[in-house]
Structure formats: C-alpha cells, structure tokens
Design a protein around this ligand. Structure first.
Ligand SMILES: [Zn+2]
Length: 186
C-alpha cells in the first residue's frame, strides 16, 4: 500500500476512494474492503498552530466490518515518519556536512538546537540506509565525486552518495526519495 504522498490533497483523494478500491489488501489479516478513513495526523508547531501532515486509515473491525483493527499512517513525503524535524531540516544538516561543517556544528545550524546528541543518531541512521540510497540513485557514483570527498574519511561513503542524490533530484531529496521508494529516508 502507498505510504508516502505528494501532498495532503493526494492523501485525501486516496482515502475517499477506499470503498471503491476493493484491490486494497491489509498486510496483516489479508482481507479486502474493510479500510475506513481514521482522521488526520497533525504536527504541532506551537500551542496555537498545528499542521495536518498525514492521515490514518484503519482496517476496521467494527460497524459491520471484519477487519483486524490495525491502523496505517499515510504521510506527506516531506515529513519524516516518527521524527520531530522535516526532511528539509535533515537535508540542511546533510548539506552542511557536505560543505565541511563538523557533525555537531551542522546539527546546531540546521535545527537551531544546542543539544547535539541526535546529530550522531542521524548520521548513524544515514549510514544504515546507505544501500537504500544507492538503490534509489541506480547509477554508480562518479569516481571524481568520490575522490573529491576522500577527506570525509569515516563519512565518505554516505556523504558521497548523498551529494550525488542532491545533484540528481529537484527540491528536497528526502521527500523525493520517500515518494519514489515508499520507504522512510531515516
Ligand atoms: Zn487487517
């Protein structure tokens, strides 16, 4: 099932056609025709400002449905699932690393936070997902690009790949990756 969508309108279009899409199957109970819309997912920007960033649908087990009750979350592709920051902030962090900033300095500049412990978690997760990024790029990394980034030492592989992604994609690569591959960027 599609998880990442271009925008909220695309999610709404998808959820309004749940009843007329009998081919849609639940991964858990394998049943069809029991999905119903289950409300918006919001990101709270401040005490007075929240933004709809996704929707939930449920494989319904009530109101005459015989589904399993599991909930699925549908996200707009610029949102990183289960993360506080958007793909744009993460890519600011990545861009600053590519420009040669230290891991902590890049995190502080991108997030405007003084605490940097998550910076290392981000970097670790980017490395874990390296093969997914390579799979997305499909073409090999040019030797010149890899050579230019030798000074990154331990981070060379991941930063070379992310640099190639930056040049290959229009706009935020995190959003483009999530929309195309239908998996979370980190
Ligand atoms: Zn189900």
């Amino acid at each position: 099932m599609q998880k990442f969508f271009k925008d909220l309108n695309a999610i709404e279009q998808f959820t309004t056609t749940l009843k007329s899409t009998p081919s849609l199957q639940c991964h858990y109970c394998l049943k069809h025709e029991h999905f119903i819309s289950h409300g918006f997912v919001y990101k709270q920007h401040s005490t007075t400002c929240r933004e709809a960033v996704g929707k939930r649908i449920i494989c319904c087990n009530r109101y005459g449905h015989q589904g399993c009750g599991r909930t699925y979350q549908l996200d707009i592709s610029r949102k990183l699932p289960k993360r506080h920051y958007s793909g744009a902030v993460l890519f600011a962090f990545i861009s600053l690393l590519i420009l040669g900033r230290s891991v902590c300095n890049a995190y502080i500049q991108a997030t405007k936070q003084a605490q940097t412990r998550h910076a290392w978690r981000w970097l670790k997760q980017l490395k874990v997902n390296l093969m997914n990024y390579r799979g997305y790029l499909k073409v090999p990394i040019p030797v010149e690009t890899a050579d230019r980034m030798k000074h990154f030492k331990h981070h060379q592989l991941v930063l070379t790949t992310l640099t190639a992604m930056l040049f290959a994609v229009k706009g935020c690569p995190c959003a483009a990756f999530q929309f195309t591959q239908q998996i979370a960027f980190i």
